[in-house]
Design a protein around this ligand. Structure first.
Ligand code: SF4
Ligand code: SF4
Length: 367
C-alpha cells in the first residue's frame, strides 16, 4: 500500500509561491481540514529549539497552520515536552520562556504555548501499546488529552537516530522526562587509550555523570544517554556499542511514537519542513551549517511515509562540502550516515512500519 505525501518545493517565482502560501495550500491539498472539527483542542506539536539554536521551524510558518486550524473551528495550542537534561527547556517555566524568546508568542503565532507534561514533567498519561520493548508508554498528559494533533517537524540530522522527523517528534517529543529516559537505553563509555583528560566532556554533561582523574570516567547510574559528551570529545574517546544499542533506541522511539497517536485514529496530520537541514537536532544550543540545500515542505497523514519521503528527498541532493558532511556527498547517498557514520537512521522508518504506524511506500504529489 502507498500513502500520499504532498510536496511543495522551496523554489518561489511569485507571491503565489511564497513559503507561507505553500503551507496553506499544502494543508488544503492534503485534506487536513477534514481532520480538525469545531471546538476540538488541537495540539500543534513542535520543537521550540534550545536557547542558542536557530534551526527550528519559523513561528511565522507556524502561524499559517494555526490560522488554518482556526478556520476549521478548532482550538489550537502550541506544545512540546520538558527535556531530560538541564537546559533551557527542562521545566515548563523556562520552556515557555524559551519559546517566547524564539518568537512563539501569541502575537506572532496566534496560539498559546502549553507545555504538555506540566510544570515539572509530571503530567503523564499511561498508554497501553503491547509492543516488543514496552507494554505501556508514558505520554505527556495534555497531548493525550488533546482531541487532535498537528505535528510540525524540522527534518534534520541526529546523533543517535540518524535523522529526526515526524517519528522522532512523536516518540521523543511527546514523552515526558520519564518516557525519554526509558527510550535512551544506550550508555557511553570512555576509551581510555584515547582520552587526554582535557575535561571537555565534563563541561557539557547535563547530569554531572563524568569525572576526570587523569582520564574520564562515566557513572552509568547518573548518565541519561544524551550523547552530548560524545559530540564534545575532540579525541573520539567516548563511544557506545552502536550495533546493539542504537537500533534498539530507534525501536523504542518508534514504539513511543505509536503510543503518542494510538488514541487519535484519523485525527493527526503531519508536516515536515526540509529547510535548513542541519547535521544535528534542535536540542543543541547552536545550529551548524546545513548539509544539503533547502528542499521544501511535505504534508501527509502518514508519519512513516512522510519521513520516508523526506529521507529520500534529502539523499537526492548533492551534499555541501563545506559542512559537517564528511562523506556521501553524491546524489543518492545517505547524507545522515555521512555525518553520523555508525547510524542507520532509516531503521526507525522500517520499524515504525512493522508495528503498524504507516507505510514506507508513498506517492509524492507535487503542488
Ligand atoms: S551521555 Fe554523556 S553527557 Fe549525556 S548524561 Fe551521559 S555522560 Fe553525561
Ligand atoms: S573530552 Fe574526550 S579526551 Fe577530553 S576528558 Fe573527555 S573523554 Fe577524555
Amino acid at each position: 500500500m502507498k500513502s500520499k505525501v504532498y510536496f511543495a518545493s522551496i523554489r518561489a517565482l511569485s507571491d503565489h509561491e511564497s513559503t507561507t502560501s505553500k503551507i496553506r495550500r499544502l494543508f488544503d491539498a492534503a485534506g487536513f481540514a477534514s481532520l480538525f472539527a469545531p471546538r476540538e483542542k488541537t495540539a500543534v506539536k513542535l520543537h521550540f529549539g534550545e536557547l542558542g539554536n536557530d534551526g527550528f521551524i519559523s513561528p511565522v510558518y507556524v502561524r499559517q497552520v494555526v490560522e488554518k486550524i482556526r478556520e476549521c473551528g478548532g482550538l489550537p495550542f502550541l506544545t512540546d515536552t520538558n527535556t531530560l537534561y538541564l537546559g533551557s527547556r527542562s521545566n515548563a517555566v523556562e520552556h515557555a520562556t524559551t519559546a517566547i524568546l524564539h518568537g512563539f508568542d501569541y502575537a506572532v503565532t496566534g496560539a498559546p504555548v502549553i507545555i504538555a507534561d506540566g510544570l515539572d514533567g509530571k503530567n503523564v498519561a499511561r498508554v497501553a501499546i503491547g509492543k516488543k520493548h514496552f507494554e505501556r508508554v508514558a505520554i505527556a498528559g495534555d497531548i493525550q488529552a488533546a482531541d487532535s494533533m498537528m505535528v510540525l517537524s524540522h527534518f534534520k540530522g541526529h546523533i543517535a537516530s540518524g535523522f529526526g522527523g515526524a517519528l522522532k517528534n512523536l516518540g521523543m517529543g511527546c514523552a515526558p522526562p520519564e518516557g525519554k529516559r526509558a527510550q535512551h537505553n544506550a550508555r557511553p563509555f570512555t576509551i581510555y587509550e584515547r582520552c587526554t583528560g582535557c575535561g571537555k566532556c565534563v563541561r557539557v554533561c547535563p547530569m554531572d555523570a563524568i569525572v576526570v582523574i587523569e582520564r574520564s570516567s562515566i557513572d552509568r547510574n547518573l548518565c541519561i544517554g544524551c550523547f552530548e559528551c560524545m559530540h564534545a570529545c575532540p579525541e573520539q574517546a567516548i563511544d557506545i556499542d552502536w550495533e546493539t544499542e542504537i537500533p534498539q533506541f530507534m525501536e523504542r522511539m518508534a514504539e513511543y511514537a505509536y503510543g503518542a497517536v494510538k488514541d487519535k485514529p484519523g485525527k493527526v496530520a503531519y508536516m515536515n519542513f526540509l529547510i535548513r537541514i542541519t547535521p544535528d537536532c534542535d536540542c543543541f544550543p547552536f545550529s551548524d551549517a546545513p548539509i544539503v540545500p533547502d528542499i521544501g515542505l511535505l504534508a501527509s497523514d502518514d508519519p512513516v511515509a512522510i519521513d520516508a519521503a523526506s529521507f529520500d528527498l534529502v539523499n537526492q541532493q548533492i551534499g555541501f562540502t563545506d559542512s559537517l558532511l564528511s562523506s556521501h556527498h553524491a546524489t543518492g547517498e545517505d547524507k545522515f550516515t555521512g555525518v553520523h557514520v555508525h547510524t542507520d537512521g532509516y531503521h526507525q522508518v522500517r520499524y515504525a512500519e512493522k508495528i503498524g504506524m504507516g507505510y514506507r511506500s508513498y506517492e509524492l504529489v507535487k503542488i
